[in-house]
Each structure stands twice: as structure tokens, then as C-alpha cells.
Design a protein around this ligand. Structure first.
Ligand code: ACO
Length: 398
């Protein structure tokens, strides 16, 4: 852990230079860029070198050699599970997978065109009403609820994914992995081994990413000693934004538009840039080089596109990547390639952000468990730049 801590300080010092202004004892940084808000043992990112580490393990190693459940256990407990511990976790996850019928009724009540991320946010909040220990703040209870949320969120997303198309939800088999069960509940048929493995690796890659906007939002809520459902609901709200997890939906819309219209991908992107528009799936607050998750996903996507005879899709994305690097020096982030991987797996575009939430639930809840081990209210200040000394005029004089 000492290594991680000194590493994070080093990475932080790299990004500190630009935006921080010291004024007296206070520090100003737009968007809190480069600010170290707390110490954490969960995730190390070196944005200059493109390194991502969960609890001491490099993301490449984890993506290749662990399943999502092992990664979640690692994030929650700080160490990898042995066989018995993993079996135990899987058994609990399977038992906890079904959601109350009244949650299904709530999903049924959502308008057909409601955003699946917004519906997930509402349902996550509602799950608290059916959990008798929702407000129990003991560490044991919060751990149990982390596992429970991780088990139920996939069921909610899959059930809503079907209901909005007029299909009945498919009950979980309560047998397989989260990846297997989610794809089964969503599609109503068992996924092939390759699809399950690819999806599982995507879950590992999205599970955790330090103090990103949604995790920070969750920790802020947790720091008030509010309950875990409130914190995860708030985190989903933050993830929904197009500058964060919502970017993967923007990416697929752009790719589909280029693909359908036959536009030249490079020209399309240049045109966007000339209009000062953001190209979704590029740029990152912390990475100033290629996001290591994007590198892994790019390989996965290339394999999938070969397998499915969709090489043209891969070539289109490669052209966009080259243009963005050449024109703006901006690298692809995790959302750029995950969008294409999910597209190849046949998943509806507006489910990409909820799937991100499914995976990031492991990271959010790990951060909340950590927050509550040594809680301090997170409460920064704003510098007041408005007028002073005004007098209230009579309402008729305004
Ligand atoms: N497309 C075009 N220009 C961009 C992009 C982009 N995707 N990203 C950054 N820039 C440009 C900005 O316009 C700005 O240019 P300027 O200095 O000429 O005005 C410069 O790069 C710096 O941009 P900032 O917004 O200050 O950088 P910040 O660190 O705040 O932004 C962010 C990070 C929000 C991710 C940004 O890169 C972005 O909007 N990307 C697109 C959305 C996206 O893909 N989000 C997912 C991020 S990963 C995740 O959350 C899982």
C-alpha cells in the first residue's frame, strides 16, 4: 500500500501544475482538477504512463486472470478470494439476484421511452424500501448490502430492458456468473461462452477508477452518514452525464450515424472539431496518454469484428482514433471501445450506461465501505464572487 500511496502522490503532482491557485490557506482548482481530496487504498492511476491498478494488481492481469466476482471481492476486501470464499460470494450473489415484485411493477410503470439509466437510478433508490437493514450502518450490514446491490442491479437493468420492448422479464437462473445471468435475463437465452467471457472482461475493466465524478458523488453522500442506497443512487445520477458514463451512448450514436450515412469517419470528426463540438469517447481528466482499459477493449473489439465479419466497423473506429490523435492529441477513453464491444454483443445502445453502473457498483460500494472506516464529512467551500452590501428594495420598486 505504501507503494500505491507514493505513486498516487507522484501522479497527482503531474496534474497539479495547471489549474490550482493557492489563496491563503485555501486552494482553488476548477473542476477540482489535481486536488487530493482523501487517501484511498483501492485504486492507483498513473495518467502519464497509462497505468491502472486495483488494490495493487495491474488491470491487464485482472482482465486476463480474474472474473468479475473475484474483482468485486478484491475491491471490497483488499485481497483476492480463495476458492471457498469465491464460492461463498457466488452463492450469496445468486440467492440475492431476484428483486421484489413491486420493483418489477415500478419498472413496468416507467414510460417506454424513459432513459434506462434514469429508471435504474429510480429503482436503486426504491430497493432500499424493501431492505429491512437499509439504514443499519454497521460494517457487516454495509458489506451485505454491497453484495446485495451488486446482485440486484443486473436483474433490474435486464428486466427493464425487456419490459420497455413489451417483453416479460426473465427470472434469474440463480446458477451462473453475473455476466452469464445478465445476458440470459436480458435476451431470454443463454449466452455463448465467448460472449459471456467478453462481457465479463468488460465488467472487470469498468469496475473501479479512483475518485471519478460518480465515485466522488457517492463518497460525498456517504460522508454525511446517509445510507448505501442513497449513495449508489447519487453515483448513478452522476454517471448518467454525457461527460462521464453517458459518453458511451454518444459514441455509439456517432458510429451508427457514420456507418449508416457512409460519411468519411475522418471528415466527420474534423467537421465536429471545427464546430468546437466534443467527440464522445475521447479525452480524460487523468489520462494524458492511452487509457489502458481502452487498449484492452480495442483488442477485444478487433477480435470480435474479425469473428463477426465486421472488419469495416473496426476500420471506421481506427480512423476516428487516428484523426483525434492527429488533430487534437486526444486519446480514446474506455467509453469509445466499450460502445463497439457492446454493439458487437448485440446490446441496445441506451443500456451501455446502465451496464457501466452494473460494473461500477463494485467500485462505488468498495469506496463507501472505505469511507465509513474513518469517516469525515466531505465539505469544500466556494469562493464567493457575487455582490455584497445590497439592500432589499420594496417589491414594487424592483
Ligand atoms: N472532443 C473534443 N475536444 C475535447 C474533447 C473531446 N472529447 N475532450 C477535451 N477536449 C478539448 C476541450 O475542448 C479543450 O480544448 P480547448 O483547450 O481548446 O478549449 C481541451 O480539450 C481540454 O478540455 P477540458 O474539458 O478542460 O478537459 P477536462 O479534463 O475537463 O475533460 C472530459 C475531460 C470531460 C472527459 C473531456 O475530455 C470530454 O468532454 N470528453 C468527451 C466525453 C467523454 O468521452 N467522457 C468519458 C470520460 S471517461 C469516463 O468518464 C468513464
Amino acid at each position: 500500500m505504501a507503494e500505491q500511496r507514493s505513486g498516487s502522490t507522484e501522479a497527482a503532482s503531474n496534474v497539479r501544475e495547471r489549474p490550482i491557485v493557492e489563496s491563503g490557506s485555501a486552494v482553488k482548482a476548477r473542476g477540482l482538477e489535481g486536488v487530493i481530496a482523501l487517501e484511498s487504498e483501492i485504486c492507483f492511476i498513473d495518467g502519464q504512463a497509462g497505468v491502472l491498478v486495483y488494490r495493487g494488481y495491474d488491470i491487464h492481469d485482472l482482465a486476463e486472470n480474474t472474473c468479475f466476482e473475484e474483482t468485486a471481492y478484491l475491491l471490497w476486501n483488499g485481497r483476492l478470494p480463495n476458492h471457498a470464499e469465491l464460492d461463498d460470494l457466488n452463492e450469496t450473489l445468486r440467492r440475492e439476484r431476484p428483486v421484489p415484485e413491486r420493483i418489477i411493477d415500478l419498472l413496468r410503470a416507467a414510460p417506454a421511452d424513459a432513459s434506462p439509466t434514469a429508471v435504474l437510478r429510480t429503482a436503486t433508490s426504491a430497493l432500499a424500501h424493501f431492505d429491512p437493514e437499509a439504514d443499519d450502518m454497521s460494517p457487516e450490514s454495509n458489506y451485505r448490502k454491497s453484495v446485495r446491490l451488486q446482485a440486484k442491479i443486473p436483474t433490474v437493468i435486464a428486466a427493464h430492458g425487456r419490459l420497455r420492448k413489451g417483453q416479460e422479464p426473465v427470472a434469474p437462473l440463480q446458477e451462473g456468473s453475473i455476466a452469464h445471468e445478465f445476458l440470459y435475463m436480458l435476451n431470454g437465452e443463454q449466452p455463448g461462452r465467448a460472449a459471456e467471457r467478453t462481457f465479463d472482461a468488460c465488467l472487470v475493466l469498468h469496475a473501479e477508477h479512483g475518485l471519478n465524478a460518480s465515485t466522488f458523488a457517492g463518497r460525498v453522500i456517504g460522508s454525511t452518514l446517509s445510507d448505501i442506497y442513497s449513495a449508489v443512487t447519487g453515483a448513478i445520477g452522476a454517471l448518467k452525464g454525457p461527460l462521464h458514463g453517458g459518453a458511451n451512448i454518444g459514441v455509439i450514436r456517432m458510429l451508427l450515424e457514420i456507418n449508416k450515412s457512409g460519411l468519411d469517419p475522418a471528415e466527420h470528426v474534423k467537421d465536429k472539431l471545427s464546430r468546437k463540438e466534443r467527440v464522445m469517447g475521447f479525452g480524460h481528466r487523468v489520462y494524458k496518454t492511452l487509457d489502458p482499459r481502452a487498449a484492452i477493449l480495442r483488442e477485444m473489439m478487433e477480435e470480435l469484428s474479425e469473428e463477426r465479419g465486421e472488419r469495416a466497423w473496426y476500420d471506421m473506429t481506427a480512423k476516428i482514433v487516428d484523426t483525434m490523435e492527429g488533430e487534437k492529441g486526444l486519446y480514446a477513453n474506455v467509453d469509445f471501445f466499450s460502445a463497439s464491444v457492446y454493439y458487437m454483443l448485440g446490446i441496445d445502445p441506451d443500456l451501455y450506461t446502465p451496464i457501466f453502473a452494473l460494473s461500477r457498483t463494485a467500485g462505488w460500494t468498495a469506496h463507501l465501505l472505505e469511507q465509513w472506516t474513518e469517516n469525515r464529512l466531505i465539505r469544500p467551500r466556494a469562493e464567493y464572487v457575487g455582490p455584497r452590501g445590497l439592500k432589499v428594495p420594496h417589491i414594487q420598486d424592483r
